[in-house]
Design a protein around this ligand. Structure first.
Ligand code: FAD
Ligand code: SIN
Length: 548
């Protein structure tokens, strides 16, 4: 059924004759690892402008703990990292994406070190942690469990020092502007300057994840799926939208936000125990606590159901409080805030939505299906992760494809057609329909997504959820809002609809997508990736078989 989700092109009314304009060669939207790296690369060669909706430091990148998966040990090999990524991806990885990104990893880390990033070392060599699904210890980390902040600080400093790069904070991208099917920039909102039009010859979307579509999430508040929703409205193809990854271990304290307890903690030897104090992971997988993330998350849920508990526990007592605090200073401090003495007590944990595998479909040069629009980082879907992301492969992807996006933007500028701004306006009449309480819709959406489109899905619940989202859409997608929070809810609804519809269509279980009514993997029918796009009569799906 066609919905306002599919027919509404812009979330805001505007008239280019009445809005301040800014012109740039390259516009980057987002200040995480992908956007910053892309902007630094592009600005070497052409005027570049980066906008971000909060502070430069507001990103999933800043929150990243475990580290970057990269081969830095002669005893390890790129082939092994490639093989691990493909195994964990459960048949849906694009081998060429995996090869390109993994092989570029060591140079990307060397570059960061050259720029001053301080990765942890042992005897002068890079320290390497272990995470689930990896056949070797290859996760490089910084300040113990503050890897993301170290990378982000380094990139922000370099970005500030880069001539030709302007950085705008508090600038919310409402929509991508398209003329004749090409992306020519974005319409934005700034609390002080109001609406602005950023005209760009090339636009790089690097808006990150959408974990906030779920009630239980490791993601900071910025992760509202704006980029996916904007790209959808602009006509871009999105891919693998059913593939939301759930992290097994977030701190479970009722009433507190769900803070991540890094997988690296299990890599250092922590056990998972159920409410009876028994280790249970070896009953589910030969690699026990270091099995791939989807396996561990589902095992935890099974144990919670089996024992009637609201969480399981991480046992780090044998590691010792002092050693634990040295290796994981942030997590240690977090536990301390809740009076958990990790030397004596167990840490209550349970899974939460963590990483969105699906996103705006791109090729390996970061090109989307919309000319003029590139995408990189978590907002994009290259096929690196398949049906399940190997731990710590996403910072790597952001670093490597950020560079690629910057280069691709410059190559297209040099060879592409000349660009002209043109008058453009969007005018939609105010809706007479009832106004819903938007924060109520947001909370209810996150709750229904958690229960019905979470780690376990069933066709009946997915169908019901689609109806609920379509119902809210009638009262939310028809409105003209003038506030970031409200636009974000419109984006969350749009993304939730894409996740739910894609999950309903994939009638099998694979990787992070588990259907209780189709618990088996069905390679004969479903060894393919789903793409979705807006069509004249609603969502249009296309399937692409996966090559071996
Ligand atoms: P982000 O870092 O999320 O940046 C997106 C940017 O876009 C933000 O600046 C945001 O404000 C901006 N933005 C969004 N919407 C708009 C808009 N409408 N207008 C303007 N700006 C906008 N991965 C690993 O590889 N290793 C780890 O150890 C690891 N740990 C993690 C721990 C946590 C708690 C979380 C949440 C994630 C972790 N991940 C980890 C995943 C990884 O951090 C992310 O996948 C990665 O950082 C995404 O980078 P990005 O640049 O694509 O997006
Ligand atoms: C973690 O530290 O457990 C997160 C790693 C990741 O998401 O890749």
């Amino acid at each position: 059924m066609s919905q306002l989700y599919d027919t509404r092109r812009y979330l805001t009314n505007f008239d280019s004759r009445r809005v301040p304009h800014l012109f740039t060669d390259v516009l980057v939207i987002g200040s995480g690892v992908a956007g910053l790296r892309a902007a630094i690369e592009a600005a070497e060669h052409a005027p570049t402008l980066l906008i971000t909706k909060g502070r430069l430091s507001d990103s999933n990148t800043w929150a990243a703990q475990g580290g970057v998966a990269v081969v830095t040990n002669p005893a390890d090999s790129l082939d092994a990292h490639i093989a691990d990524t493909i195994t964990v991806g459960c048949g849906l990885c694009d081998r060429s994406a995996v090869e390109q990104i993994v092989r570029a990893g060591p140079a990307a880390i060397e570059e960061l070190i050259g720029w001053g990033a301080k990765f942890d070392r042992v005897d002068g060599h890079l320290a390497r942690g272990r995470e689930g699904g990896h056949s070797a210890s290859r996760i490089v980390h910084a300040r113990g469990d503050a890897t993301g902040a170290e990378i982000a600080k380094t990139l922000i400093r370099i970005a500030r020092e880069t001539d030709g790069l302007r950085l705008f904070e508090d600038c919310f991208a409402i929509d991508l502007i398209t003329l004749d099917g090409c992306c020519v920039g974005a319409i934005t909102f700034h609390p002080k300057y109001g609406h602005q039009m950023f005209w760009a010859r090339q636009t790089i979307l690097a808006t990150g994840g959408c974990g906030r579509v779920y009630r239980e999430s490791t993601n900071p508040e910025i992760a509202t799926g704006d980029g996916r929703a904007m790209a959808y409205r602009a006509g871009a193809v999105l891919r693998d939208m059913e593939m939301m990854q759930f992290h097994p271990t977030t701190l479970y304290i009722a009433g507190a936000t769900r803070a991540l307890i890094s997988e690296a903690v299990r890599g250092e030897g922590a056990y998972l125990v159920n409410r009876e104090g028994e280790r249970f992971m070896s009953a589910y997988h030969a690699d026990a606590e270091l099995a791939p993330r989807d396996v561990v998350s589902r095992a935890i849920v099974k144990e919670m159901v089996r024992t009637g508990a609201t969480c399981v526990h991480l046992d780090v007592r044998h590691i010792g409080a002092e050693r634990f605090a040295r290796r994981f200073p942030m997590i240690s401090e977090l536990c301390h805030q809740f009076d958990i003495d990790v030397g004596r007590s167990l840490i209550p944990v349970r899974p939460a939505a963590h990483y969105m595998v699906g996103g705006v479909a791109t090729d390996l040069r970061t090109r989307t299906s919309v000319p003029g629009l590139l995408a990189c980082g978590e907002v994009a879907c290259t096929g690196l992760h398949g049906a399940n992301r190997l731990a710590s492969n996403s910072l790597l992807e952001g670093l490597v494809l950020g560079v690629e996006a910057g280069r691709q933007a410059i190559d297209t500028l040099n060879h592409g057609p000349a660009f002209h701004a043109a008058p453009i306006q969007n005018e939609m009449p105010a809706s007479p329909r009832t106004e819903l309480d938007i924060s109520d819709v947001q909370n209810s959406l996150r709750s229904v997504m958690w229960h019905n489109v979470g780690m376990e899905r069933h066709g009946d619940r997915l169908a019901e959820t689609r109806q609920i989202i379509d119902f809210w859409g009638m009262y939310v997608m028809d409105k003209l809002f003038d506030d970031r929070d409200e636009w974000e809810v419109q984006n969350l609804l749009t993304v939730a609809r894409l996740i739910t519809a894609s999950a309903a269509r994939r009638t099998e279980s694979r990787g992070v997508h588990f259907r209780t009514d189709y618990p088996e993997t069905d390679d004969a029918v479903w060894r393919k990736r789903q793409s979705v796009q807006r069509g004249d009569s609603g969502l249009t799906f296309t399937d692409t078989p996966c090559a071996d």
